[in-house]
Design a binder for this molecule. Structure first.
Ligand SMILES: [Fe+2]
Length: 399
């Protein structure tokens, strides 16, 4: 199952934003200031802003029906037709079949977010032998087929599938945070931040006007502050802006969460995403131990996303949001076999677009898993995960 992490470093340091947040250049207008931070509500549709389903609409009504029983009653588009290059139109990839842990059963129902600690979560899940094996496709094959001929860029693949493999040589040699060194002097901050910003601007979101924020990357592996692998199917933030805002409150402060919300509400912001940049580190050979599987977002129905309210998880003690997933046979899982330290996997960990009428799932559920083809003495995984927060701004011209 998911493992509690001893240290969470993903909350971005809001570079350039100084307290008090409301007096900075990005401060909201007085009209914006009166917007309340919606208090937590029960149910799966806590979003009360203009960017959630509009009251009185079929979308809003169907969302409420989802909240009521978690069943497949939604009239919201499930598989957006605009994603014509989804897996259903791609050639079959090689695959492995293995246990992927942490699924809810296909008929699991809920009336309000499942409040649980990570330790208690397994008792709510079905026995793994009732879930069966999960087919995890070779995304190298998929991406190579898509990009064959050169007409299909990394950026388009990332947009269509929600993830992409990027060859990337980093100047970083020491991926660990040394607490005796100022954060901005750490290699992994001093060198990696500009590398990641360049990578996102030029390769993942070229031509997009964006504003991005980065915190400290998070290491995972033996001997690190996070010695466990997240071997349970999950998504880290929820579906809606308020879900993300609550996560900021849980891992940072209400003031930072307010600042985020006000920035998000501003008219020049079209949407927001969290891009996860995940890579093996240190190892000379290909990664064989506990690779990361990602699920193609457009193979996931909204009503199969189980809202979780994780207790005793955040440093503030506030509940935080994740999503669990009801297992369905048409969900498409992928991984990149044998990743090296010269590659990184970029995937969407959260995305919400204000004008996205589809309200489809846009972020990747993910989980570490045991590759059945890996040797028993495979070197234990050492990896680095870096989450970058990106505001998508109006006017599609690059800054
Ligand atoms: Fe995660």
């Amino acid at each position: 199952m998911l493992k509690r992490t001893a240290r969470w470093c993903w909350v971005p340091r809001w570079i350039g934003v100084k307290e008090p947040f409301y007096t900075e250049p990005c401060a909201p207008s007085p009209r914006r200031l009166v917007l309340p931070v919606a208090p937590p509500q029960r149910g799966n549709c806590r979003e009360s802003s203009a960017y959630g389903p509009r009251p009185g609409t079929a979308e809003r009504d169907s969302a409420h029906r989802r909240c009521a029983n978690g069943s497949a009653l939604s009239s919201i588009a499930i598989f957006p037709a605009r994603k014509l290059t989804s897996a259903t139109s791609m050639p079959e990839s090689p695959f492995v079949e293995t246990n992927l842990f942490g699924f809810f059963g296909p008929d699991f129902a809920w009336e309000s977010p499942v409040a649980t600690t990570l330790e208690d979560l397994p008792v709510r899940l079905p026995a793994q032998d009732t879930i069966g094996l999960t087919r995890i496709y070779d995304a190298r094959h998929l991406q190579a087929e898509a990009q064959a001929g050169g007409g299909y860029s990394e950026a388009r693949f990332f947009d269509d599938f929600g993830f992409a493999l990027l060859p990337h040589e980093s100047e970083v040699e020491d991926w660990d945070i040394d607490p005796s060194i100022a954060e901005m002097d750490q290699d992994v901050v001093r060198l990696y931040h500009p590398e990641c910003e360049s990578l996102i601007r030029s390769r993942l979101l070229p031509g997009r006007r964006i504003e991005l924020y980065q915190g400290a990357p998070m290491r995972r592996g033996p001997g690190t502050p996070n010695p466990f692998y997240a071997a349970g199917v999950h998504q880290d933030y929820g579906l809606l802006p308020y879900d993300y805002q609550e996560s900021i409150e849980a891992f940072a402060t209400p003031e930072i969460a307010q600042w985020w919300r006000h920035r998000f509400e501003q008219d020049d912001v079209e949407g927001f995403m969290v891009i996860d940049l995940w890579r093996p580190v240190y190892s000379d050979g290909p990664l064989l131990h506990m690779p990361l599987a990602v699920c193609e977002p457009h193979s996931v129905r909204v009503e199969d996303c189980v809202p979780l309210s994780l207790l005793e998880f955040s440093p503030t003690g506030r509940p935080t949001n994740q999503l669990g997933l009801r297992r369905q046979p048409d969900q498409r899982w992928y991984y990149y076999p044998g990743m090296t330290r010269s590659e990184l996997l970029a995937f969407k960990n959260f995305q919400f677009l204000k004008n996205d009428a589809d309200q489809s799932v846009e972020a990747c559920f993910h989980a570490a898993f045991e590759d059945p083809g890996a040797p028993s003495d495979a070197k234990e995984r050492q990896s680095c995960e870096h989450r970058v927060s990106v505001f998508l701004l109006a006017d599609g011209t690059a800054p």
